[in-house]
Design a protein around this ligand. Sequence first.
Ligand code: ADP
Ligand code: MG
Length: 339
Amino acid sequence: MADIIKLLPDHVANQIAAGEVVQRPASVVKELLENALDAGATQIKLIIKDGGKALIQVVDNGIGMSATDARLSFERHATSKIQKAEDLFNLSTKGFRGEALASIAAIAHVEMQTKPEADEVGTHLKIEGSEVVYQEVAVTPKGTSIAVKNLFFNIPARRNFLKSNQVELRHITDEFHRVALAHPSVAFHFYNNGSELFNLPADNYRKRIVHVFGSRTNEKLVPVEEETPIVKIKGFITKPEFAKKSRGEQFFFVNDRFIKSPYLHHAVVAAFEGLIKPDAFPGYFLYLQVDPGSIDINIHPTKTEVKFDDEHTLYAILRSTIKHSLGQFNVAPALDFDH
Ligand code: ADP
Ligand code: MG
C-alpha cells in the first residue's frame, strides 16, 4: 500500500491548536493580558469593541520585542519562557506553550507594534490568517500593543457560534477580573466601545478587590492568612451573612494564576459549615503560594486546572485556616489587616 500520512502545513496545525486555545474573545483577552504580565508590564490597557468581535487590543509597557522576535512570536512552539522539559516543573511565567499568538494569528487579523526600551525604533507587523501582510520599522513607544480584529473571520461556524456582544463582554470582564485580582500591583485600564469600564491603579490586595467589586465589598471581607511548609495562604473570605444563593465572587489563585478547583472550593464551603445555609455560597479571594515544583499546570491549554502533589493536605490546611479566620472574626470583628 502507498504511504498516505502527511505532516500538516503550519497554518493548518495552528488553526487546529486555535480550536482549543481560543474558544471566544475572552480567551484572546486572557492570553494577551498574560503575555503583557510576563513581559513585566506595570501598566496594561485593554480595549474592546463589540464584545471583542470587532477588536481586542492590549497595550503594555513591558519589555517589548526585537524585530526578529516579533516575527517569531507568531510561530507555533516559539517561546522565550521555557527552554527544556524540566522548566515545565519550575514555571514562574503565565505562558510557556508558545501557542497563543500562533493560534490567534491563524484565525484573526492581528496587528502588533512593539519596541524594547533600549531600541531607537520598533516594529510594526500585520498578520492575517497566519500570513504576514507586512513587517516594517516603526516609531512606537516602549512596550507592546497587539490588536486582534475579526476573530474567526475564516471559521464561519465559530464566528456564528459567538453569543451577543453583551454576553461576550461579560466573559471578557470575568477574565479581566481574574487577571486584575491576581496582580494588584499592576495598573489596568479597560475600555469598551470607547467608554472606560475600569481604571485600576496599582494597589494592595484589599483595595484592588474593592476597586473591582465596589466600595460596599470592603465591609464584607474577613482576612485570611497562614503559612505552612507546603503552602502560604493570603486573602479574604466574605462574612457568613453575605453568603449568596448564586455562585459569584469566588476566586482561587495559585502562584498568581486564577484556577478553578471544585475540590478546594469544597474545603472553603466546609469551613463555613453551620454558619451559612447549606444552599448558600461564601465569597472568597484566596491567594495560595506553593512550590512551583509541587504543581502541574500543563493539564489543559487554558491552564485553569492545576494538579497538586498533595491535594488532601492542602484541603485540610485550607479548611482549618478559614475556620480559624472565621473564629477570629467572631471574637474580634474589628480586626482588619491590610495586605
Ligand atoms: P507563550 O506566552 O506561551 O510563550 P505566546 O504565543 O503567547 O506564547 O507568545 C510567544 C512569545 O512572544 C512569548 O514567549 C514572548 O517572548 C513574546 N511575547 C508575546 N507577547 C508579548 C508582549 N506583550 N511583550 C513582550 N513579548 C511578548
Ligand atoms: Mg502567552
